[in-house]
Design a protein around this ligand. Structure first.
Ligand code: FAD
Length: 497
C-alpha cells in the first residue's frame, strides 16, 4: 500500500509524484503508455529523437516559476535546455504581403521589435503589453505567491475575450493579427478565450523561451528518479482500468493486469472525461458528469516530424510561424478547403548543435471534426481511407512549408505524421485536444474545474485544471499537492531556496 496513487504518468502526474516524494511520501504512478511522460514523451525515427508535446518552454528564466520548482526538486542543474535567440524569439511570415516580422524577447524587446514595423503604434503596443503584465501580475499561482489559485479576484479585463482586448488597443488590422500569433500555443477561440490565458502564455514566452536539448523525456526521467528515491514506483504500460468506490471514497484502483492497489489518497491527472470512464455509473452526480462532458476542449493539430538530410537545412534558434493572411490567427484550426491557413515549424536542438539541423517539427492546428469519421478506429488499426486522407494532409502541409523553406522536399529523408486521432489515442485525451479544456469567458464557471472532487480521497491535477503547458501543469501540481499537505507548504519552501 502506498501513501498516494497517481493516475497518469505525464507531466502533471510526475510533478505531483515528485513533490510528494520530496516531502517523504511513497507514491505509485500508473501510466498507460510504454513510455512515461505524456507530453514529455519522445520517440525515435530514422535515428533521430523527436519530442511529442514539449517544443517551447516558458518559466525557465532564473526567476521563472518552473526554474524555482525544479531547484526545489534538485533537478534544475541536470536539465539540458537551450534559450532561443533573444533578439528574435519568433518570426512570423505572412504570404499575402511577403512580410516577415522578427519578434524580440523581453518586455522592452517585444515592444521595440514590433514598434520598428509599426512606429505610429508604439504607444498602443506599450499599453497593450502593460495590460498583459497587469493581468498576469494578478494571478498568484503563476508567480508562486501565497494565495488562492482561483481567479475570481482578477479584474474584468482578464475575462474579456482576448481578441477584444487586443482590438481595444489598436485599430491596425495587421498589428491585431500579429499580436495574436501565439494563439496556436494555447488554442484560443475569438470571442471565447479569456484575456488572462492569452496574457499568461504571452508573458511566459516574452520573458524567455527555452527548448529541451536532445529530448524532453529527460525531465520525465529526473522526476521518476525522485519518486523512486522515496520508495515509490512509476509503472509504465500499466493503465488504471477501474476505480472502486465505497461511501464516497476510493477503496482501490485496478491495473491492466487485474491487480488491485490501495492508497490513502488518489490523484487523477488524466482528462476528466477519461476519468469518468474508469468509474462506475452513479459514483459522481449526473450533473457533475454532464458538466465535465460538456466543457469544450481546445483544438487539436496535424504534425509532421521530418528527418532532414545531413548538412542540408540550417538549425534555427527560434520558432517560425507562417500564415496565409492577416486575420487568420484565430481561425487556423478550422478544417476547410484552405487548411492549413498557417503553421509553425522549429528545429529541435541537440547536444553540440552545429550549423545544420537533422530534424524539424511542423505543427498545423486542426479541429477534431476533420477526423471524426474515423473516430471508431484505434492506433495502428485505421482504415485505408484514413491513410489516404493523411497523405493528402502531408502534401498540403509540405506545399505550404515549401513557400517559406524553399527546396524542403529535397532535403527530407523521412516523414512521420500525426493527426488528432494519434494525439487522442496516445494521451487518452478527448478529441485529441492539445491543451485540454478550453476556458471560455462566456461561461468561466463551467471551465474552472476544482482540484477537489465529490470523492473524499480523490484530487485532480494536470492541464485541464488551471493551465496547460510545462509551466501551467507544474504549477497546478503544486496546488494539488498543497490540497493534501496544507496551503503554502510547498510554495514557501520553493520561495525560500
Ligand atoms: C502536439 C503537442 C504540442 C505541445 N507543445 C507544447 C509546448 O511546446 N510547450 C508546452 O509547454 N506545452 C505543449 N503542449 C502541452 C503539454 O504537452 C501539455 O499541457 C502537458 O503535457 C499536459 O500534461 P498532463 O499531465 O496534464 O497530461 P499528459 O502529459 O498528457 O499526461 C497524462 C498521462 O495520462 C496517461 N493516461 C491516460 N489514461 C490513463 C489511464 N487510464 N491510466 C494510466 N495512465 C493514463 C496518458 O498516457 C498520459 O501519459 C503540447 C501538447 C501537444 C499535444
Amino acid at each position: 500500500m502506498s501513501d498516494v496513487i497517481i493516475i497518469g504518468g505525464g507531466l502533471g502526474g510526475l510533478f505531483c509524484g515528485a513533490i510528494l516524494a520530496k516531502e517523504g511520501y511513497k507514491v505509485d504512478v500508473f501510466e498507460k503508455n510504454a513510455r512515461i511522460g505524456g507530453g514529455l514523451q519522445s520517440f525515435v525515427r530514422s535515428g533521430e529523437r523527436f519530442d511529442t508535446g514539449m517544443h517551447m518552454l516558458g518559466g525557465f528564466t532564473e526567476n521563472g516559476s518552473v526554474s524555482k520548482l525544479c531547484r526545489y526538486l534538485g533537478i534544475m542543474d541536470k536539465l539540458k535546455l537551450k534559450r532561443v535567440d533573444r533578439d528574435c524569439m519568433d518570426t512570423i511570415h505572412y504570404f499575402s504581403d511577403s512580410m516577415q516580422y522578427r519578434i524580440g524577447e523581453g518586455r522592452e524587446g517585444f515592444i521595440s521589435s514590433l514598434a520598428a514595423y509599426f512606429p505610429e503604434e508604439e504607444e498602443n503596443i506599450r499599453s497593450y503589453v502593460d495590460a498583459l503584465y497587469r493581468i498576469t501580475d494578478g494571478v498568484d499561482f503563476f508567480h508562486l505567491r501565497s494565495g488562492s489559485a482561483d481567479l475570481y479576484s482578477l479584474d474584468k479585463e482578464a475575462f474579456m475575450p482576448a481578441d477584444e482586448l487586443i482590438a481595444s488597443f489598436t485599430q491596425n488590422r495587421k498589428l491585431r493579427d500579429i499580436l495574436a500569433y501565439l494563439n496556436s500555443t494555447y488554442g484560443g477561440v475569438a470571442g471565447h478565450t479569456p484575456s488572462y490565458i492569452h496574457a499568461l502564455i504571452n508573458v511566459l514566452y516574452i520573458e524567455g523561451t527555452y527548448r529541451f536539448v536532445d529530448d524532453s523525456c529527460q525531465m520525465a526521467q529526473l522526476l521518476q528518479q525522485i519518486i523512486e528515491g522515496s520508495g515509490g514506483n512509476v509503472y509504465a504500460a500499466n493503465p488504471v482500468t477501474h476505480i472502486a468506490v465505497e461511501e464516497r471514497q476510493i477503496t482501490h484502483v485496478t491495473d491492466s493486469y487485474g491487480k488491485k492497489h490501495s492508497a490513502d489518497r488518489y490523484i487523477s491527472t488524466i482528462h476528466p472525461v477519461s476519468l469518468l470512464e474508469l468509474l462506475d455509473k452513479g459514483v459522481f452526480p449526473k450533473a457533475y458528469c454532464n458538466r465535465l462532458q460538456s466543457i469544450p476542449n481546445t483544438s487539436s493539430a496535424f504534425l509532421l516530424y521530418l528527418v532532414l538530410k545531413e548538412n542540408s537545412f540550417p538549425y534555427i534558434n527560434h520558432t517560425c510561424y507562417c500564415q496565409d493572411d492577416y486575420g487568420d490567427a484565430w481561425e487556423l484550426y478550422r478544417y476547410d478547403d484552405r487548411w492549413p491557413k498557417g503553421l509553425m515549424y522549429m528545429t529541435p536542438p541537440v547536444s553540440n548543435q552545429g550549423e545544420y539541423s537533422r530534424k524539424m517539427i511542423v505543427v498545423a492546428p486542426m479541429e477534431y471534426g476533420a477526423v471524426e469519421q474515423w473516430s471508431g478506429s484505434t492506433l495502428g488499426i485505421r482504415p485505408d481511407s484514413y491513410a489516404k486522407w493523411k497523405e493528402e494532409c502531408v502534401e498540403r502541409l509540405l506545399s505550404k512549408l515549401e513557400r517559406v523553406c524553399k527546396g524542403i522536399r529535397g532535403q527530407i529523408e523521412h516523414i512521420t505524421a500525426a493527426s488528432p486521432l494519434t494525439i487522442r489515442d496516445y494521451y487518452n485525451v478527448k478529441e485529441g485536444s492539445l491543451y485540454g479544456y478550453r476556458k471560455d469567458c462566456e461561461n468561466i464557471m463551467l471551465s474552472q474545474v476544482p482540484i477537489y472532487t465529490k470523492l473524499k480521497n480523490l484530487l485532480l491535477s494536470g492541464q485541464n485544471i488551471n493551465l496547460h503547458g510545462v509551466c501551467g501543469v507544474a504549477l497546478t501540481a503544486v496546488n494539488t499537492v498543497e490540497a493534501l499537505l496544507g496551503s503554502d507548504v510547498i510554495v514557501n519552501k520553493i520561495n525560500n531556496i
